[in-house]
Design a binder for this molecule. Structure first.
Ligand code: PGA
Length: 250
């Protein structure tokens, strides 16, 4: 059985002070919810404070990005070793990073390998644009992204990753994919792509989240699909009602 995992992607929201206060305010309520892994992904500067605020609870901490090199002349970047004291997870290849900051499939692949080498669990984001969706390209595009991201990994490494399928047209728009749409693509374009590369056993171990306008009122529907193992949540993870969302997931 795959343990469901709900991760809050706070994106570029909350100062370090606000992030720590928010984490502290909801940690005890979240800590009581059994049967689900929970992760906060604050901006870099808030990570140490949030890690301290959730210490002793079941809540994990993730970064929203990471560079693959160990150290050196990479102005503005963060290395794996800088995250390991605080983070168990890292979001890689989010569509906003791909769209605004030049993130490529090759870069995502290198970052996944670096994260795994440092025992940080990657949350690998894939998903098609509205144009691709309307052109009927979702299946081939998403499975291509999965193959490129996981290129050169072993089956054991692949099984440690988490994939978030996030149709770009559903992120922050309030226009969520239907359960059938999301679950269908997660099965046929994501899990089957992993099965093709690494075998069915690995595909059954790996957790796949849905992301895109997940809210307290629709999370239970997504979780009812056998191939959806959780959610990557943006806007709804910034408010105290995130607790309701996680409760409704189990
Ligand atoms: P959203 O963001 O829940 O605000 O749509 C999801 C994401 O980008 O991870």
């Amino acid at each position: 059985m795959r343990t469901p995992i709900i991760a809050g992607n706070w994106k570029m929201n909350k100062t370090a002070v606000e992030a720590v206060a928010f984490a502290g305010a909801i940690r005890d309520d979240l800590n009581q919810i059994a049967g689900v892994d929970i992760v906060f992904c604050p901006p870099f500067i808030a990570i140490p404070g949030v890690a301290e605020a959730v210490q002793g609870s079941k809540i994990g901490v993730g970064a929203q990005n990471m560079y693959f090199a160990e150290s050196g002349a990479f102005t503005g970047e963060i290395a794996p070793d800088m995250l390991t004291p605080f983070c168990q997870y890292v979001i890689l290849g989010h569509s906003e990073r791909r769209a605004y900051f030049g993130e490529t499939d090759d870069g995502v692949n290198k970052k996944i390998k670096a994260a795994l080498a440092h025992n940080i669990m990657p949350i690998v984001c894939v998903g098609e644009s509205l144009t691709q969706n309307e052109a009927g390209e979702t299946q081939s595009f998403v499975s291509g992204q999965v193959q490129a991201a996981f290129d050169g990994l072993t089956a054991d490494q692949a099984a440690q990753c988490i994939i978030a399928y996030e149709p770009i047209w559903a992120i922050g728009t309030g226009k969520s994919a239907t359960v059938e749409q999301a679950g269908g693509i997660i099965k046929t374009a994501v899990r089957d792509a992993i099965a093709a590369s690494f075998g069915e056993g690995t595909a059954q171990k790996l957790r796949i989240q849905y992301g895109g306008s997940v809210k307290p009122h629709n999370i239970a529907d997504y979780m009812s699909h056998p191939d959806i193992d959780g959610a990557l949540v943006g806007g709804a993870s910034l408010k105290p009602a995130f607790v309701e969302l996680v409760k409704n997931a189990v």
